[in-house]
Design a protein around this ligand. Structure first.
Ligand SMILES: Nc1ncnc2c1ncn2[C@@H]1O[C@H](COP(=O)(O)OP(=O)(O)OP(=O)(O)O)[C@@H](O)[C@H]1O
Ligand SMILES: [Mg+2]
Length: 249
């Protein structure tokens, strides 16, 4: 079911729903206490759509991305990805979707410290060993490293990079396998204004080519570039803003 890197390009993607989240609930507990983080979250995203999620620190934005990225299990509600209720999948099928169809840029990068920049970016290709030869992998890897402006760092290790450079490498890794859905947790948080803008322009380009992007951000300028803004408060989506509305009011 997850055998192609990307479905080739008809223009009909804009009307297709790639992800539907309904009545999602998530609590954390250790038996003595229970913290309800998400109580009833519902929204949909189409192919080739860029949705920004905003909300105060601790309101559950990363938790929501972790559920959508199949890294955690919800307590209530349903996640349907490409028409499939993911709750019915086994762990191998989930791992396959996570590696081939959904890319993640985490708030704290998660680069592998013992691998170079190039090796880190190549990691998702573990899943495509039989489909791509090494020169295709190298060409694609170097092209996304170039997109984020770090071709001069390919042989560096993560500890030799600045915070913003690590973030850009994590973004390159998320772009390398042409995933259908990219989840971004504060992707411009560590970047100066100019680099942040260049990265956001890359997202716009891939969205216009049919990729869907969910971007958590505290930066209302970045959110404004998205097609829609969802506001998360008290475990629910409380508003769906048009991109030109003032999200701070
Ligand atoms: N594994 C966990 N166990 C217990 N509580 C958790 C766990 N993960 C998250 N939480 C709690 O859930 C709440 C939401 O966390 P989350 O990381 O989703 O917030 P956030 O909206 O991403 O915040 P920020 O903007 O600061 O990144 C927080 O109060 C946090 O302490
Ligand atoms: Mg967070």
């Amino acid at each position: 079911m997850v055998s192609t890197i990307k479905e080739e390009g008809s223009q009909s993607f804009q009307s297709q729903n790639i992800l539907s989240v309904s009545h999602l609930g998530k609590s954390f507990t250790d038996g003595r206490w229970k913290l309800e983080v998400l109580s009833d979250v519902s929204f949909e995203i189409s192919r080739g759509e860029w949705v920004a999620i905003m909300g105060p620190s601790g309101c559950g934005k990363t938790t929501l991305l972790n559920l959508i990225g199949l890294l955690e299990q919800q307590n209530n509600g349903k996640i349907v990805f490409e028409g499939i209720d993911v709750q019915g999948l086994n762990s191998k099928e989930k791992a396959s979707i996570r590696s081939i169809k959904i890319s993640f840029v985490f708030q704290n990068h998660f680069l592998v410290s013992t691998l170079t920049v190039k090796e880190n970016v190549e990691l998702p290709f573990i899943w495509f060993k039989n489909k791509l030869n090494s020169s295709e992998i190298e060409e694609r890897t170097l092209s996304v490293i170039e997109m984020v402006g770090l071709l001069n760092r390919v042989n560096y290790f993560p500890e030799e990079l600045s915070g913003g450079e690590k973030q850009r490498i994590a973004i390159a890794r998320a772009l390398v396998n042409n995933a259908q859905l990219i989840l971004l947790d504060e992707p411009t948080g560590n970047l100066d204004a100019q680099t942040g803008k260049a990265i956001l322009n890359i997202f716009r380009k891939i969205v216009d080519q049919g990729t869907s992007v969910i971007m958590v951000t505290h930066d209302s300028e970045a959110a404004r570039l998205a097609d829609r803004i969802l506001l998360l408060r008290k475990g629910r989506i409380i508003a769906i803003e048009k991109k030109n509305m003032d999200v701070n009011s």
